[in-house]
Design a protein around this ligand. Structure first.
Ligand code: FE
Ligand code: FE
Ligand code: ZN
Length: 286
């Protein structure tokens, strides 16, 4: 099964996202749990969730990826900023139980001059406060590009956070192809080495999802600007190798490219073609 989707607006609820996803050829999607610019989260409507669950079953949807607001900073120096991250993420995890057994991705945080060690400790401490034994959600740390004082652009940093998290079976990693390339992992010329490094440092069993984006900026630029597939530094051949890699192909892929639904539909169709071609080529080789 090829699980492919894109980022969708949550403004009209889960059933509407499910309908949009199905209409553009997706069988999963990503959404923001709340407005990234802050404010209270929208109340979850059980009828809307029920409609979505029915639709997801009929269309054989894969796991959904919820994304925390990117403005949160679990490593913040300012106690109020960190308290806001705590409250929003704790609330998000409670709300995620309306749609159990999905993923909740967040940007680990920025140490803003405190140093990486302190930042890592603060992130892990926050996770240990908000994660519970009975949550069905897996929390994912996103691989970052390393702009500013961002934590999580090195696999070692993500491993160190995970090492400090108590509920190890409820934490994983989401690999963003734009971010890792910008961070200096050469997934274009040596994907196998990057995956070997990931496996040695974090463990591929912790890799749960992929954000599939091209990058506007060159290798190791530490910039983080997403580009449409094939129009950036990664290019289509590298993207085809990523979605077909034996170590990645079972994972769900989520596009976060600068597109409206037409553009996403076209990228999803292209990816399906690239995926099928590979499968038929393999069959022909046998
Ligand atoms: Fe992100
Ligand atoms: Fe991302
Ligand atoms: Zn990004």
């Amino acid at each position: 099964m090829f699980y492919i989707g894109c980022h969708l607006s949550a403004a009209k609820g889960f059933a509407a996202m499910g309908e949009t996803a199905a209409a553009i050829g997706a069988n999963t999607f990503q959404f923001f749990t709340r407005n990234p610019r802050g404010g209270a989260a929208k109340k979850i409507d059980q009828n809307d969730v029920n409609r979505f669950i029915k639709l997801a079953g009929e269309n054989q949807f894969g796991v959904l990826l919820a994304h925390a607001p990117y403005t949160l900073n679990a490593a913040a120096k300012n106690p109020e900023v960190r308290r806001f991250a705590f409250e929003a993420m704790a609330d998000d995890l409670k709300r995620m139980e309306f749609i159990p057994h999905n993923y909740y991705n967040f940007h680990p945080g920025s140490h803003v001059g405190q140093g990486i060690r302190i930042g890592i400790k603060k992130i892990a401490a926050l996770l240990n406060e908000i994660m519970t034994e009975d949550q069905t959600t897996t929390v994912l740390l996103e691989t970052m590009s390393g702009k500013g004082s961002e934590i999580g652009s090195r696999f070692e940093e993500l491993r160190d956070i995970i090492d400090h998290v108590r509920l190890k079976d409820k934490i994983g990693v989401c690999l963003d192809t734009c971010h890792v390339y910008d961070a200096g992992y050469d997934i274009v010329n040596d994907l196998e080495k990057v995956l070997d490094d990931f496996d040695r440092i974090i463990g591929l069993d912790k890799l749960k999802a992929v954000h599939l984006n091209d990058s506007k900026n060159p290798f190791a630029s530490h910039k983080d600007r997403h580009e449409k597939l094939g129009q950036g530094a990664l290019g289509i051949p590298a993207i085809a190798r990523i979605i077909n890699n034996p170590r990645l192909r079972a994972l769900p892929f989520y596009l976060e490219t600068p597109n409206e639904s037409d553009g996403y539909a076209a990228e999803i169709a292209l990816l399906k073609k690239l995926r099928t071609e590979n499968e038929s080529k393999k069959k022909a080789d046998l």
